[in-house]
Design a protein around this ligand. Structure first.
Ligand SMILES: [Zn+2]
Length: 164
């Protein structure tokens, strides 16, 4: 476990994770601070072997997430999205088992849209529109849920636990 990650182990931390985050206000940060924030979130996500991480998972209450999933070419693409919103979702839904860095050892099947189109801003405050499917679409929905104060365990009927 990575100590910087907020988990639901303590009631007050769970309450924090269940609070909706506020908009990221670009003017409050210098470009350097924004770069450092992204680098920090990327490092923590990698240390935790995660594919996505939201700012509130490291105790910050504004809207930004990072994600990195393997692509078909054997590489991976990294995303840092500020003030993300889901613009469209496919009517096709799929069920995949999910876990969460804030809920260590718990897994459950969650039904979500197969494809999504999201809108947000990049580190320079430029509009970013991304269409995603597969694991990436899954991660985007999971992280945007986080920023709205929702956890995957609310969306699954059966949660099973694995010893850490
Ligand atoms: Zn999560």
């Amino acid at each position: 476990m990575v100590p910087e990650i907020v988990t639901i182990a303590h009631k007050k931390d769970e309450k924090f994770l269940r609070k909706k985050t506020v908009a990221f206000y670009f003017k409050k940060f210098t470009p350097k601070e924004i770069r450092e924030l992204i680098a920090r979130m990327k490092r923590i996500m990698h240390e935790a072997n995660g594919v996505g991480l939201s700012a509130n998972q490291i105790g910050l209450e504004f809207k930004v997430f990072v994600a990195e999933v393997p692509d078909a070419q054997g590489g991976s693409k990294f995303y840092a999205v500020f003030n993300p919103e889901i613009e469209r979702t496919s009517t096709e839904k799929i069920v995949i088992e999910e876990g969460c860095l804030s809920i260590p050892g718990s897994f459950g099947e969650v039904e979500r849209a197969e494809r999504v189109a999201i809108k947000g801003y990049d580190k320079n405050g430029k509009v970013l529109k991304i269409k995603a499917w597969g694991l990436l679409a899954r991660v985007f929905q999971h992280e945007i849920d986080h920023l709205n104060g929702h956890l995957f365990i609310d969306r699954t009927k059966i949660v099973h636990r694995e010893e850490q």
